[in-house]
Design a protein around this ligand. Structure first.
Ligand code: FES
Length: 151
């Protein structure tokens, strides 16, 4: 018995083609979606915070010490110099974005990733960091420390 166009065979063939087509489309999507998510980074951007009040009292920050805090969505470092001055910088190393830390033995800021050194003005003084740390403004208001971006 011969099948004619539009007969039961054509319907079965159409169904099989539809299944194969949707499977191929699903496969292509399953490859393209992660690929595009990888190639197009999410929009996090720079921190929008203009200032932050730290949960630390000025009297609790000892001379020749530093501590990391969050400035918006990025790490920052508050430093009390050996002379007693409070300073704050971005804690994101200008080399490859590791988080820097304060070295009490050296009395300056240090990046453990590739041995980068920054002085107490945030200037890169040794190692691979190509530029200084971004400096923030520190204001002490009573028992509060307020750190803000410069003008
Ligand atoms: S990331 Fe800091 S020195 Fe390389």
């Amino acid at each position: 018995m011969e099948q004619t166009l539009g007969g039961p065979g054509a319907t079965r063939r159409g169904f099989v083609n539809w299944v194969l087509g949707t499977s191929a489309a699903a496969f292509v999507l399953s490859v393209l979606y992660p690929l595009t998510r990888y190639l197009i980074p999410p929009k996090t951007g720079e921190s929008q915070a203009a200032s932050v009040t730290l949960p630390i009292k000025p009297a609790d920050v000892k001379a020749n010490s530093g501590q990391i805090f969050k400035f918006g969505n990025r790490p920052a470092i508050l430093v009390r110099t050996p002379a007693g001055e409070l300073r704050a910088f971005s804690a994101v190393c200008t080399h490859l974005n590791c988080t820097v830390q304060y070295r009490t033995d050296l009395s300056h800021i240090w990046c453990a990733c590739h041995n980068g050194h920054f002085d107490l003005n945030g200037q890169n003084i040794a190692g691979p960091p190509p530029r200084p740390l971004d400096a923030y403004v520190v204001n002490v208001r009573g028992t509060q420390i307020v750190v803000s971006k410069g003008a």
